[in-house]
Design a binder for this molecule. Structure first.
Ligand code: ATP
Ligand code: PRP
Length: 213
C-alpha cells in the first residue's frame, strides 16, 4: 500500500545543513515525491502533495528531540547526534549516507599530560570514550571550529568529526585515535512505531530499498 493511500499521516524530520542535500537525494531514490520547495524554500514545514507526508526541516542536533516527543514520527539524523543526545527513540535503519568518522585529534608530537583538556562539540561521546580508555580528562564544550582549540592552547586534544581530513590537515592537526564510524540513520518515535506501524513500515521499506549497497 503506498503512502498516499495510507490514512496515517507521517511527519519526517529532516536535517538541515551538511547532509541535507544527500538526504533529499536519498528520499528521491526512495521514490518520495520531493518538490523543489523542500530544497529552495526557507519554510520549515513542507507538506507533500497527494501523500500523507509532511517534512519538518530542523537543525540536525534537534532531530532526535522532535522524534522523541512525537512531533515528528520519523527522522533522518547522524549517528553522532544519536550517540551525543541519547534520546529515547527507535533506530530503524543505517542509511549508509553522511559517511564520516569520530576521532581524537591534536598537534603532532602531542604528549600525555596530567588530566589533559579535550575540546569538542560532543562532550558526552568524548567523556564516555576517555572513561572507557581509563583516561582522566577535562572536557571543554565548544559549538564549532573545534580545531582551533589545540592551536591556541585551549586544549591538548579534540574529539570531532572527520571526513576528507582537510580541516585537520590545513590546521596542522593529525588524527590520534579512531573512536567510531558515523553514518546517517532513520529513527522513529516509539509510539508512532506502534500507532502508525503501516506508514512507518512503508517508509522504512522504501528507505531500505534505496540504501546504497
Ligand atoms: N565533515 C563531515 N563530513 C560528512 N558528514 C558530516 C561532516 N560533519 C558532520 N557530518 C554529518 O552531518 C551531520 C550534520 O552536520 P552539520 O555540520 O550540518 O550539523 P551541525 O554541526 O549541527 O551544524 P553546524 O555546523 O551549523 O552547527 C552531522 O550530524 C554528521 O552526521
Ligand atoms: O574532514 P573534513 O572534510 O575537513 O570535515 C571535517 C569538518 O567537518 C565538520 O565541520 P562543519 O563543517 O560541520 O562545521 P563545524 O566545525 O561548525 O561543526 C567537523 O566539525 C570538521 O570541522
Amino acid at each position: 500500500m503506498s503512502l498516499s493511500d495510507n490514512a496515517q499521516k507521517l511527519t519526517i524530520a529532516m536535517p538541515k545543513g551538511r547532509i541535507f542535500e544527500e538526504a533529499v537525494h536519498f528520499l528521491q531514490q526512495a521514490g518520495l515525491q520531493v518538490t523543489a520547495e523542500l530544497q529552495d524554500s526557507r519554510k520549515l514545514i513542507i507538506p507533500v502533495e497527494n501523500a500523507s507526508l509532511e517534512f519538518i526541516l530542523a537543525k540536525p542536533t534537534d532531530v532526535p528531540t522532535y522524534v522523541e516527543y512525537g512531533v515528528a514520527d520519523v527522522g533522518v539524523v547522524g549517528k553522532d547526534v544519536l550517540l551525543e543526545e541519547e534520546r529515547d527513540v527507535y533506530e530503524l535503519l543505517n542509511l549508509r549516507i553522511g559517511r564520516c568518522r569520530m576521532v581524537v585529534a591534536g598537534l603532532p608530537g602531542w604528549r600525555q599530560t596530567e588530566a589533559p583538556r579535550v575540546a569538542t562539540k560532543y562532550p558526552r561521546i568524548a567523556s564516555r570514550y576517555f572513561r572507557e580508555q581509563g583516561q582522566q580528562v577535562e572536557v571543554i564544550k565548544l559549538n564549532g571550529s573545534v580545531e582551533l582549540a589545540p592551536l591556541i592552547g585551549l586544549a591538548d586534544r579534540i574529539v570531532d568529526i572527520v571526513s576528507t581530513g582537510r580541516t585537520l590537515k590545513e590546521n596542522g592537526l593529525v588524527e590520534l585515535e579512531h573512536i567510531c564510524d558515523i553514518t546517517t540513520r532513520l529513527i522513529a518515535n516509539r509510539a508512532s512505531y506502534r500507532m502508525k506501524s503501516e506508514a512507518v513500515d512503508d517508509i522504512a521499506q522504501k528507505f531500505w530499498e534505496a540504501i546504497p549497497r
